[in-house]
Write a protein that binds this ligand. Structure first.
Ligand code: LLP
Length: 382
């Protein structure tokens, strides 16, 4: 929801642009860290959701670490002042160059996804006179019941190490002299709204931790990854995810010994609701049995609807006319460049300003310059 003063400001700015509500970000982080501390858990913000420098500096000021998935994200986290002892680095395809960046930075943990990766990290660490701290990313074979492109923890997915590899991976770890085994890592998907997934995951983790400990591998760190969803349908009713229930479900189901630390990697649930893509209507065009509202923002700015059939709430901020139906589309030369089909919104015309809500996570970071479009700039509520 935007006040009239904010909408007046939007009118003066060239569109499209991303707009971030920093007060909401702080409120979200206040609640998140309060609930986290209740259970003495640790969090590493997933930079991939939004790596904008202003946002990183606010997130860092709440004491969160960083979850990275590339050498450049590791560099960015370290250059942004995140404590190396709170930086984790995951990804199925870490290049030698990227591994060296992380070794140089003395990060807390590589989240390793395969035996050959562990062997390469061991070799590179040895050649640099370092000891790499690694956790194993486990594939727990759990369906997160989310979009197929953002489900990561089923046995057919490319992520993590499956149970039939456990003995081999333990043997590998025992034969690597430049590696310290830090613990186990899990991330089963994103935009998870069914909390049963987290209780199932916790119970599965108990079994897997026990299996590793029976084999003499002390699991000091258990990392449950990210994945908590947000309310895309009604961001004003639910601007902040239910962190209290999330952590208490995990606390109830996950076994934790006194020597074990529990970690999380939230992305979307921290920054998703804080961002909107602000755009203007360029033209209203009549099609066969429909009207198109053609925006100046497209899939190049926000690819989620085209890629995951994601539905973001769209508001016409400058018209209160009678409700009419439109296909809301972008200017890009692709039929998938559509934000909504048959959407009921106040009657629109050229120049109206629309807000595409809940675009703070996986919005700006996934933007591209297809059709040689400029990247949308960002503005802040402060
Ligand atoms: N940890 C790992 C290892 C991850 O791969 C991810 C997200 C996260 C944490 C953070 O997950 P979150 O809390 O944000 O759900 N582009 C997609 C989402 C891809 C998520 C990739 N991994 C989208 O727009 O929905």
């Amino acid at each position: 929801m935007f006040g009239s003063k904010t909408v007046e400001k939007f009118r003066e700015i060239e569109t499209p642009f991303y707009y971030y509500d920093l007060a909401l970000l702080r409120q979200t982080l206040d609640i998140y860290t309060k609930e986290l501390k209740k259970h003495n858990y640790h969090a590493h913000y997933a930079l991939k959701a939004n790596a904008n420098s202003k946002i990183l500096s606010i997130v860092k000021s709440y004491g969160l670490g960083a979850d990275c998935v590339s050498g450049n994200e590791v560099k960015l986290a370290l250059n942004s002042g995140f404590d190396p002892s709170m930086v984790v680095y995951a990804g199925v395809g870490k290049s030698d160059k990227e591994i060296k960046i992380a070794l140089e930075g003395d990060i807390f943990s590589f989240n390793c996804e395969s035996i050959p990766e562990i062997q390469i990290i061991d070799q590179l660490a040895g050649s640099m006179g370092k000891r790499a701290s690694i956790s194993l990313r486990i594939n727990p074979d759990i369906d997160a019941h989310t979009h197929k492109y953002i489900t990561t923890g089923r046995s057919q997915d490319k992520f993590g190490i499956s149970h039939w590899m456990f003995d081999d991976v333990i043997q590998t770890l025992n034969s690597c002299s430049n590696i310290h085994f830090a613990g186990l890592h899990f991330h089963v998907g994103s935009q998870i709204t069914d909390y049963n997934v987290f209780s199932m995951l916790s119970k599965r983790i108990n079994e897997i931790v026990a299996r590793f400990e029976e084999k003499g591998m002390r699991v000091e760190n258990i990392n449950l990854g990210g994945g908590l969803g947000i309310d895309y349908d009604d961001p004003d009713a639910n601007p902040i995810s239910d962190f209290a229930s999330y952590f208490s479900i995990i606390n109830k189901n996950l076994r934790q010994e006194s020597y074990q630390q529990v970690h999380f990697e939230p992305g979307r649930a921290i920054i998703g609701q804080c961002g909107s893509l602000i755009t203007r209507v360029l033209y209203v065009k009549l099609g066969k049995g429909r009207k198109f509202a053609i925006l100046d923002a497209g899939m190049n700015d926000l690819i989620r609807p085209a890629l995951y059939q994601a539905v973001h709430k769209i508001e016409n901020l400058t018209s209160s006319g009678r409700l009419m139906r439109y296909d809301v589309v972008g200017p890009i030369c692709e039929s998938s460049d559509r934000f909504a089909k048959n959407l009921l919104i106040p009657e629109t015309s050229r120049g109206d300003i629309f807000a595409i809500r809940s675009a703070g996570a996986y919005g700006q970071v996934m933007a591209m310059r297809y059709n040689q479009k400029d990247l949308a700039p960002e503005y802040y509520s402060e």
